[in-house]
Write a protein that binds this ligand. Structure first.
Ligand code: MN
Ligand code: MN
Length: 304
């Protein structure tokens, strides 16, 4: 089962202005073939379908704990998309729709983000194509699944680098910077798992593509705090066995700050979720704003 924590895995800076085309680029990292929905779907179904869980405990625990992290990545990218679509927000409640408050949106790349989703994120790629089950591989064969996962993380990394190269604004770049560090951890983890099972030193192919994290300013604080050496269990008491793969004297990749790999209890500290205001021109949340805020406020007081 899963537990939920009302935070993001990384703190995202608030955008200074809406940037819907940057949000559209980020959608590739959410619902693209190599996006977070795909890494989540792959590891989640592989962990559900995993055979000989007790005999293969370190490998099962690795896939299971990375699954939980990927769910948080979906959440992180989705928040980045919504923040970039929203910008600092428009607090005006009485927007005159005859003045075309959305005129700027007629030329954006992913118009459905506004016309259908009110500026929110959806499981689709940067062109609005739906994410789907065909992006999930769960073969039942532990080596083929792990090899697929290694490929998926390397592929996800190339997509993140390309998306990063398209954007100047800080919210989207932060999403890419954090996910590049974590993607590097996951590619390394699946490489070590394959090495333990087969003896093949597949980690020597990393980093693929061949750009060190040191070249990306947004990665630096995560490297400084050692995120590239950490894998999280995302559980109060389970999945310790993954330390046989991630840990056990294994070291950080050459090119990253040196140190021993470490399986960490629980989850990263992370950052708070942006409290985006309503978009009245999108009729969100609508109904009767002051009335529903008052209802919510009364219920909140009763819950304390
Ligand atoms: Mn991810
Ligand atoms: Mn990953």
């Amino acid at each position: 089962m899963f537990m939920r924590i009302d935070k993001l895995q990384a703190a995202l800076p608030e955008p200074k202005k809406p940037d819907p085309n940057a949000a559209a680029a980020l959608q590739e990292l959410l619902g693209g073939k190599y996006g977070e929905m795909s890494t989540l779907g792959n590891y989640m179904f592989q962990s559900f379908n995993f055979r000989s869980k007790s005999n293969l405990r370190p490998f099962y625990s690795l896939v299971a704990s990375i699954t939980a992290e990927e769910l948080g990545h979906v959440e992180l990218v989705a928040n980045g998309v919504a923040m970039l679509n929203n910008g600092p927000g428009d607090p005006r409640e009485n927007v005159d729709i005859s003045k075309t408050p959305w005129e700027a949106m007629q030329d954006i790349r992913l118009a459905g983000s506004f016309l259908s989703n009110g500026g929110g994120a959806m499981p689709m790629n940067s062109n609005g194509a739906s994410w789907n089950m065909d992006f999930v591989t769960s073969t039942g064969n532990v080596i083929i699944d792990l090899l697929h996962n290694f490929h998926l993380e390397c592929g996800a990394r190339i997509h993140k680098l390309r998306v990063y190269e398209t954007m100047t604004e800080p919210t989207g770049r932060e999403v890419c910077g954090y996910l590049l560090v974590r993607g590097s951890v996951h590619a390394h983890a699946y490489a070590l798992a394959l090495k333990k099972l087969t003896g093949v030193e597949i980690e020597k192919m990393l980093p693929t593509p061949n750009i060190n994290l040191s070249k990306i300013p947004e990665c630096q604080k995560y490297l400084d705090e050692g995120s590239h050496r950490r894998l999280y269990r995302f559980s109060p008491s389970d999945y310790h066995e993954a330390s046989g793969i991630w840990g056990n004297g294994e070291m950080a990749l050459p090119g990253d700050p040196p140190g021993e790999l470490e399986l960490v209890d629980g989850h990263p500290d992370g950052g708070k979720i942006s409290d985006m205001t309503g978009t009245y021109s999108a009729f969100a949340p609508d109904y009767a704003p002051q009335e529903i805020f008052e209802v919510a406020s009364k219920l909140y007081k009763k819950s304390r």
